[in-house]
Design a binder for this molecule. Structure first.
Ligand SMILES: [Zn+2]
Length: 100
């Protein structure tokens, strides 16, 4: 009984040691390169927000500040008041100027 228990323990310990070594050797270079990339990006521009999230510039350009009573015309891409919606099709709204 005691011998079996010891064998199981040594097996578990060995596999834990092996996986821990694998994790450490696999993670260490990655972590360093990630930190280096973040440092470079931070020095170049303000792409990193205070929360530490990386925001792609293309994404920021497409996000238009929009109040609840406003819509973005799918034709001219201007933000307009909802009263100026002339047509809505497939979930996209079009303003009176584009439809007029
Ligand atoms: Zn329009």
């Amino acid at each position: 009984m005691a011998t079996d228990y010891d064998e199981v323990r040594s097996d578990v310990k060995e596999s834990q040691d092996n996986s821990l070594e694998a994790l450490q050797s696999a993670n260490a270079p990655d972590a360093r390169s990630v930190v280096r990339e973040l440092d470079e990006a931070d020095g170049m521009d303000d792409a990193i927000v205070p929360g530490g999230e990386f925001v792609a510039e293309e994404l920021v350009v497409q996000v238009v500040p929009q109040a609840e009573d406003e819509f973005t015309c799918y034709s001219c891409f201007l933000v307009r008041h909802r009263s100026q919606i002339a047509r809505e099709k497939n979930g996209h709204a079009y303003c009176v100027e584009c439809e007029g």
